[in-house]
Design a protein around this ligand. Structure first.
Ligand code: SAM
Length: 284
């Protein structure tokens, strides 16, 4: 009788069966420890009625845990070998839950259609694309209300960083457009196969309304990109290219109530939205 969650021996057996060579490019580090899965699922605070979006189910370690805690799981996997194997794994370990799983073969950076609208995102993300995946999913799936993701520990700190802190940067401020993010724990390297070289961090998020602004999200994100591209410069200098000239940058900053000699790293998302809205056309 199969144990309830996948352990190291199960992962080894599945990998051997598939002749799997985990690739770094796809961030393939599989969780081999049931307690870690229980911890992630508990930290996700799922409601039993929810549809969970899982990105990168891999060999199914987290998928099995999610199927115990939610009504449905929609799993988006880019690797065709892993996507093809997942229904069989769930059929074996959770036969009674097999109908609650949809596997979508595809790239989480591009996916726009899912068979069910997800309310939660829970994923052990491929590390090299973790931030764009989270931002794209929050943008493309307004039904996502909350979630918990595992990312590199350093990226977890950045996503959850408040304005003015050392790790505050583009990921922190863009994530704040969609949600509030908080760090929910650190996970060591030895619960994975193969073991990554750095620790992982858990980040929990809850969707919030974007700042009330007449500027579009694209315009606000353009200001953020410009401000952090030269983060040591004053905003007046860093935003000169974006505004058309240092004087126009200064006008927009003053109209937004922001000190032109400040640096971008002290501003919250609302201030960036005000600056985007206050932009004066260069032809003016
Ligand atoms: N969830 C599994 C676990 O916890 O053991 C595997 C997590 S592993 C860190 C990342 C997974 O994401 C791999 O299965 C990889 O093939 C998949 N992946 C990588 N890039 C992806 C992308 N752009 N879209 C969807 N899946 C992706």
């Amino acid at each position: 009788r199969p144990a309830s969650l996948l352990g190291a021996a199960d992962i080894r057996r599945l990998a051997a069966e598939l002749d799997l060579r985990p690739t770094k490019t796809l961030g393939q580090n599989f969780v081999i420890d049931g307690n870690t899965i229980r911890r992630i699922v508990a930290a996700a605070h799922l409601d039993p009625a929810e549809t969970v979006l899982e990105v990168g189910p891999g060999l199914g370690s987290l998928t099995l845990g999610l199927l115990d805690a939610a009504a449905r799981v929609v799993a988006v996997e880019i690797d065709p070998v892993l996507a093809a194997r997942l229904p069989g794994t769930v059929g074996h370990w959770r036969p009674e839950r097999a109908g609650a799983l949809d596997v979508v073969l595809g790239d989480a950076l591009r996916v726009t259609d899912l068979p069910h609208p997800p309310t939660a995102l829970v994923a052990n993300l491929p590390y090299n694309v973790a931030v764009p995946v989270v931002l794209n999913l929050l943008e493309n799936f307004p039904s996502l209300r909350h979630g918990l993701v595992m990312v590199q520990d350093e990226v977890a700190d950045r996503l959850a960083a408040p304005p003015g802190s050392r790790t505050y940067g583009i990921p922190s401020v863009k994530a704040a457009w969609y949600s509030t993010m908080t760090k929910a724990g650190v996970i060591g390297m030895n619960v994975f196969w193969p073991a990554p070289k750095i620790a992982s961090g858990l980040v929990r998020f809850t969707r919030r309304e974007p700042p009330d602004t007449a500027a579009s999200r694209e315009d606000v994100f353009a200001v953020i990109d410009a401000a952090f591209a030269q983060r040591r410069k004053t905003l007046r200098a860093a935003l000169a290219g974006w505004a058309g000239s240092p004087a126009l940058a200064e006008r927009a900053l003053r109209a937004a109530g922001v000190d032109p000699t400040a640096r971008g790293e002290v501003l919250d998302i609302t201030a960036f939205a005000r600056i985007a809205e206050a932009r004066v056309p260069a032809a003016d």
